[in-house]
Design a protein around this ligand. Structure first.
Ligand code: TRP
Length: 436
């Protein structure tokens, strides 16, 4: 596999709501900035298949898709430079979802935070654990894995709540690569350290689900009104105020320079009135947002133009997705009957070389085994505490071959002389095939 010169950065936004300041600070603004760096190759998309998992209002999904697309562009995304598309315009995504579904442990999905939270809530309410839980919610991480793996993304900027999904995508990629050869790049989550979670009107994380958001592109008058609604303590003008725990101050920091924040902190200490502080916040946000607002309105008024932009983006995305999907279908055996040999044990068949299999047993431990080209068991490991430990042992056997066997012998079931001979033969076949 050739190493691309560019770092592929990919992220999506679920199309279920109107973009708010939290989306802007946490997702839209940093991705627009990243997209401008020449070493990055950006993939940005509207996750409308994901939207179906939590929203059954068609008009809302359509409207949200329009608003998020317009927000991203108004905030400066250069759609000629990046690949900007709508998830549902890429039929290869659900197709890849199925291939990944077949290499994803159900147990892995059982541990996904969003699914577990739904089950916990049901349990707490004495309902059936899976009451109102759709298979869509359960499969959410696999769809997300397909989004990421399809475009061989190296970096995926996300909020903290999404880290687990990126780890799962990595698991899916390794399982698939392990079974069918190196096809996928293992992605990494990127959490912007400087992007703290933006608090909402009530001081909790700004989120649609708390109904505490400030709309991103509302008219200035509405922005001012919403800012006036930010919860503060009841200290009177003239009394010194604490910046610590002040939602107003934290929101200000997300827009201001360090110097500007220091000035406001001083004003807090000097007893600025809340009304004046809110005016300062309004002006600071509006200074950044106002120039984009007009562009946003223009885009919203021309949905057909946005359709064109998104379709052009999908076409660009599919130039990668279509051939890659063809490669993947071939790899798993969904291929022309006339292509290559149809006999399972043909050496020309890439899957018919010796291979390691990793799995988890009922005892909760992680195991691996090595099968030779005919599927015969050659080496059986003992249990490891983590998949990583098992993976490390496999990695050493793959790269060092027999050289590390003495050391690893304690971690595997004992072998007699004949078995040992077979193992050494298989390992050297394996290392040789890797070198080709
Ligand atoms: N699940 C993400 C969220 O709700 C959105 C999303 C879907 C996504 N697919 C993705 C983010 C792929 C990054 C990469 O925030």
């Amino acid at each position: 596999m050739t190493t691309p010169i560019h770092t592929r950065v990919l992220t999506g936004i679920t199309t279920t709501g109107t973009p708010h300041l939290g989306n802007y600070v946490g997702a839209i603004r940093p991705t627009v900035q990243a997209s401008r760096l020449s070493q990055n190759q950006g993939f940005y998309f509207l996750a409308d298949y994901h939207a179906l998992i939590k929203c059954d209002e068609p008009a809302r999904i359509q409207r949200s898709t329009l608003e998020i697309a317009a927000s991203w562009i108004a905030a400066g995304l250069d759609t000629d430079k990046v690949t900007f598309y709508r998830q549902s315009d890429i039929p290869e995504i659900p197709e890849l979802t199925w291939l990944l579904t077949c290499v994803t442990g159900k147990g892995l999905l059982n541990r996904a935070h969003a699914y577990k939270a739904a089950v916990d809530k049901n349990n707490a309410a004495n309902h059936d654990p899976d009451s109102d839980v759709t298979a869509g919610l359960f499969m959410y991480p696999v769809l997300m894995g397909a989004d990421i793996l399809m475009f061989k993304a190296h970096k995926v900027p996300v909020g903290r709540d999404q880290i687990q999904h990126i780890e799962m995508a990595r698991d899916m990629a390794s399982s698939f690569n392990h079974l069918y050869g190196e096809h996928f790049v293992l992605p990494e989550a990127v959490i912007e350290a400087s992007v703290a979670l933006l608090p909402g009107l009530d001081g909790r994380k700004m989120s649609k689900s708390y109904d505490n958001t400030i709309a991103l592109f509302a008219p200035a008058a509405q922005l001012r009104k919403q800012i006036a609604g930010i919860v503060t303590d009841s200290k009177a003008p003239g009394e010194p105020k604490a910046t610590e725990g002040s939602a107003l101050f934290q929101i200000y920091q997300a827009f201001a320079t360090t110097q500007e924040s220091a000035t406001l902190a001083q004003a807090y200490a000097d007893g600025i009135g809340w009304g004046d502080a809110k005016q300062i916040l309004f002006e600071r946000i509006d200074r950044e947002i106002a120039p984009m607002r007009e562009h946003y309105q223009a885009l919203i008024n021309e949905p057909a133009e946005l359709d064109q932009i998104l379709l052009a983006g999908a076409e660009k995305a599919r130039q990668l997705a279509t051939p890659f999907m063809r490669e993947l279908r071939h790899a798993v055996g969904l291929r022309a009957l006339s292509s290559g040999s149809t006999r399972a044990s043909n050496n020309a068949n890439k899957s018919a070389i010796a291979s390691f299999k990793q799995y988890r047993e009922k005892d909760g431990l992680f195991y691996f085994k090595l099968l030779d080209a005919h599927g015969q068991l050659v080496l059986q490991s003992l249990g490891f505490a983590s998949p990583k430990d098992a993976g490390l042992a496999i990695g050493r056997l793959q790269t060092e071959g027999l050289a590390c066997l003495t050391e690893l012998r304690a971690l595997c079931l004992p072998l007699n002389e004949a078995e040992e001979f077979l193992l050494s033969k298989t390992l050297s076949e394996l290392t040789n095939s890797k070198k080709i």
